[in-house]
Design a protein around this ligand. Structure first.
Ligand code: FES
Length: 152
């Protein structure tokens, strides 16, 4: 039988990057998937001047694909501005992982949601700053995604 997971998924699962929780974070994103019950917390440190993610950590209580997706997404957005980070989609995460089995694509959506939720939290704590409109839009769209109908 062909292996279910790509080498990249297994590698990130075995050696997750940026795992843990930042003390005194600037943004926290708590998301969960109601279908499988998996949960993810993203914590961010943000440079207020440049609105750049200077540090990021994740804590995921979930399947291997969710852990690998969290690990990859933290690598993808670290050093990016918040606006750039919002452009990272679950598809980018899946590409970086080589592939995910169709029933596991929703795990990568959790990672995209976690980043958006943490960015939203950052702006909610900085009312002097303008939240990019795509934050709410993204969270709304991702919420409507039926995990069982995700294309692979
Ligand atoms: S099975 Fe639900 S996040 Fe992976």
């Amino acid at each position: 039988m062909a292996p279910m997971y790509s080498e990249q998924v297994l590698e990130h699962f075995r050696n997750p990057r940026n795992m843990g929780e930042i003390e005194d974070p600037d943004g926290v994103g708590d998301v969960g998937n109601p279908v499988c019950g998996d949960m993810m917390r993203i914590t961010l440190k943000v440079d207020d001047k440049t609105e750049t993610i200077t540090d990021i950590k994740f804590k995921t209580f979930g399947c291997g694909a969710a852990i690998a997706s969290s690990s990859v997404v933290t690598e993808l957005v670290k050093g990016k501005t918040l606006t750039e980070a919002l452009e990272v989609s679950n598809r980018t995460v899946v590409e970086q992982l080589g592939c995910l089995p169709p029933v596991k694509v929703h795990c990568s959506v959790l990672a995209e949601q976690g980043i958006a939720a943490a960015i939203k939290d950052y702006y909610e704590h900085h009312p002097d700053k303008q939240m990019p409109p795509q934050v709410e839009e993204k969270l709304r769209n991702l919420q409507d995604v039926d995990p069982h109908e995700m294309p692979s």
